[in-house]
Write a protein that binds this ligand. Structure first.
Ligand code: FAD
Ligand code: NAP
Length: 487
C-alpha cells in the first residue's frame, strides 16, 4: 500500500525526496515509526539498534545539513582517516529498506519536535553539541581568539566555518585545554603540509597552513600531568610528529613519578609517556631529530585563563594571554585547580580555546538543562516528555569517543524498545511518519536531501579529491551541495 503511494507521489515529482522511500519493502500502516533528529554517530547507531531489533520498525533520520555523519565528517581530524571507517556501517544503516535519511532539515525551524511527535510513535533527539564552552574572561572576543569548534570546523569544511580564515601570522599559538581536541588542533597547526595534503583537509585550510608562521604551540591546562584529558595514542602522535620537538617545563612534573603507583592502568601509560618525553634524555637518533626540528610544542600545566590582552598597536587584536598560576587541591583525577594568586603573561598572536563543546536547545517544547547543557534524561528517556528520547552527546554531555557514543545510543534504542514491550510507550495508533511530515514540508517549501542525493555529493567530492591526490575535496557551501544533490 505504502509502496504504491510512494511511487505515485514520486511519479508526480511531488517532493522528490519521498522517492527514497521506494526502497522500503516492508512497510505498512501498522509499522512502528520512529524518527531520529541528527545524522551523526548517535543518530545512525540509534537507528541501527532499532531496525535490527524489530522487523516492524521504520526509522527516519532528519539531519540539518545536506550531508550526513556529523563530527565524523566535521570533527575527526583529517589525518585520522581510519576513524572514518565507521561511515561504511552508517551507510549500510541508511541504505536499509526500513531506514531513510532526510538531510537539509533543520528540526526546530523547518519542523517542530511536537510535529515530529505527532507523526511518529517516538522521537529520538541525537543532535549533538554544536556550541562551545566559553572561558568567560575579558578579551575573549578579540581578533585572533578562536574556539577549537570553529577552528576544527574550518579545516574540516563545516559550511558555517569555511570562511573563518584564522590569522596564522604569529610565531606563538596558545591552545587552552588538554583534551584530544586540543591535541588534534596542535598537531594540525604543526604538521608538515606534505602530510596534510594527502588527507581530506579543505584546500583553503591547506593553503593557509602552508603559509602559516606558527612555530610554537603551547597547550595550557588548568590542572597537572596526572589530570590531562587526552589519550596516549594522541600524545604519542604529538611526540613523534615530524619536524617538531617537545619543550616541557621539568619543574611541572615534580612528584608525578611518585604518584604513578596510585594511577589506573591507561592513565599510567599516558603519564609515563609524558614523563619520558619531559624528563629523559632521548637516544642519539631522537636527539638528532629534535635538533633538526623547526617547530616546538609544549604542555604547560597548572594555569587557567584570566584575561586575553590586546595589542598596544591594535586594541582589537590579541597580543598575549594572562594566566592564573594554580596549585592542586586533592589528588588523582578528581584534584581541583586552586589559584595561587600568582599570574603569568604569555605573548601570543593566536589563541584557540579547546575547553569543550556544549549542546544547545533547538526547540522550546523540549526540556533542557542549561547548567549541564544536556536534555535531562533517565537512560535516554527525556524526563517528563512521553515518547521523547535522546542519545549521543546530547544525552551525556560532550565527551566520549565514537565507541562510547555507539554504546550510549544502543542503550537508548534498548530503552525505547523496552518501553514498547512494557506498554509505557503507546504505539496503538497508526502514525503517518514521513508522509505526514512530507506534506508539511511541501507547504513550507522544505526540500530534503535523500541518502542517494548525498551519494551524488560524495561522488563529486571524491572526484575533485582524486584530481589532487586526496581522498576527497569537500564542498564547502550548502547551496553548492544542494545543486550537486539535485542534478
Ligand atoms: P554529532 O557527531 O555532533 O552529530 C550530531 C548531528 O546532529 C550533526 O550531524 C548535526 O548537523 C545534526 N544536527 C544538529 N542540530 C540539528 C537540528 N536542529 N536538526 C537536525 N539535525 C541537527 N571520536 C573518536 O572515536 N575518534 C576521533 O578521532 C574523534 N575525533 C573527534 C574530533 C573532534 C574535534 C570532536 C569534537 C570529537 C571527536 N570524536 C572522536 C568524538 C566523536 O566525534 C563523538 O563521540 C560523536 O561524534 C558524537 O556523536 P553525536 O551524534 O552525539 O554528535
Ligand atoms: P575534553 O576531553 O573534555 O577536554 C576538555 C579540556 O578542557 C580538559 O583539559 C579540561 O580540563 C579543559 N577545561 C574545561 N573547562 C575549562 C575551563 N573553564 N578552563 C580551563 N580549562 C578547561 O573535551 P574535548 O577535547 O573537546 O574532547 C571531547 C571528546 O571527544 C573527548 O571524549 C575526546 O576523547 C573525544 N575526542 C577523541 C579524539 C580521538 O580519539 N582521537 C579526538 C578528539 C576528540 P579539566 O580536566 O581540568 O576539566
Amino acid at each position: 500500500m505504502k509502496i504504491f503511494t510512494l511511487l505515485r507521489v514520486s511519479g508526480r515529482r511531488r517532493g522528490a525526496w519521498l522517492h527514497d522511500g521506494v526502497r522500503r519493502l516492508v512497510t505498512s500502516a501498522s509499522a512502528l515509526k520512529v524518527c531520529v533528529v541528527g545524522g551523526g554517530p548517535a543518530g545512525f547507531y540509534t537507528a541501527q539498534g532499532l531496525i535490527k531489533a524489530r522487523q516492524d520498525m521504520e526509522v527516519d533520520i532528519y539531519e540539518r545539513l545536506p550531508v550526513p555523519f556529523g563530527l565524523v565528517r566535521f570533527g575527526v581530524a583529517p589525518d585520522h582517516p581510519e576513524v572514518k571507517n565507521v561511515i561504511s556501517t552508517f551507510t549500510q544503516t541508511a541504505q536499509h529498506t526500513r531506514c531513510s535519511f532526510y538531510g537539509s532539515v533543520n528540526v526546530g525551524q523547518d519542523v517542530t519536535v511536537e510535529e515530529l511527535q505527532h507523526a511518529y510513535h517516538a522521537v529520538v533527539l541525537s543532535y549533538g553539541a554544536e556550541g562551545n564552552r566559553r572561558m568567560g574572561v575579558p578579551g575573549e572576543d578579540l581578533a585572533g581568539v578562536y574556539s577549537a569548534k570553529d577552528f576544527v570546523g574550518w579545516y574540516n569544511g563545516l559550511p558555517a566555518n569555511s570562511q573563518l580564515s584564522p590569522n596564522l601570522d604569529s610565531d606563538t599559538a596558545v591552545i587552552l585545554g588538554h583534551g584530544n581536541v586540543a591535541l588534534d588542533v596542535a598537531r594540525l597547526l604543526l604538521s608538515p603540509v606534505d602530510i596534510l595534503k594527502k588527507t581530506d583537509i579543505t584546500q583553503n585550510a591547506l593553503d593557509a597552513l602552508a603559509e602559516s608562521r606558527v612555530r610554537r604551540v603551547l597547550l595550557v591546562g588548568r590542572r597537572g600531568p596526572i589530570q590531562v584529558a587526552c589519550s596516549v595514542k594522541e600524545l604519542r602522535e604529538m611526540v613523534n610528529l615530524p619536524g617538531t620537538r617537545p619543550e616541557m617545563v621539568t619543574a611541572e612534573f615534580e612528584g608525578v613519578a611518585e604518584a604513578l603507583k596510585e594511577v589506573p592502568r591507561p592513565r599510567k601509560r599516558l603519564t609515563e609517556l609524558m614523563l619520558k618525553t619531559a624528563l629523559e634524555t632521548p637516544g642519539e637518533k631522537e636527539q638528532e631529530r629534535r635538533r633538526k626540528a623547526t617547530r616546538v610544542w609544549c604542555l604547560r600545566f597548572f594555569r587557567s585563563p584570566l584575561a586575553v590582552l590586546p595589542s598596544p598597536d591594535d586594541p582589537n587584536r590579541v597580543a598575549s594571554i594572562r594566566l592564573a598560576v594554580n596549585r592542586l587541591e586533592g589528588s588523582g583525577e578528581g584534584a581541583r585547580a586552586v589559584p595561587t594568586g600568582e599570574v603569568e603573561d604569555v605573548n601570543c598572536g593566536l589563541i584557540i580555546t579547546s575547553i569543550g563543546y556544549k549542546s544547545l536547545p533547538i526547540d522550546s517544547s523540549v526540556p533542557f538543562d542549561p547548567r549541564k547543557a544536556i536534555v535531562p534524561n533517565s537512560m535516554g528517556r527525556v524526563q517528563q516528555a512521553a515518547g521523547l528520547y535522546c542519545s549521543g552527546w546530547l544525552k551525556t554531555g560532550p565527551t566520549g569517543v565514537i565507541a562510547t557514543t555507539m554504546n550510549n545510543s544502543f542503550d537508548t534504542a534498548r530503552t525505547l524498545l523496552e518501553d514498547i514491550d512494557s506498554g509505557t510507550l503507546d504505539v496503538s495508533a497508526a502514525k503517518s511518519g514521513s508522509q505526514g511530515i512530507g506534506a508539511l514540508f511541501e507547504k513550507r517549501g522544505v526540500k530534503p536531501v535523500t541518502f542517494s542525493d548525498w551519494e551524488k555529493i560524495d561522488k563529486e567530492e571524491t572526484k575533485r579529491g582524486q584530481a589532487k591526490g586526496k581522498p576527497r575535496e569537500k564542498l564547502l557551501d550548502v547551496e553548492e551541495m544542494l545543486r550537486v544533490a539535485r542534478t
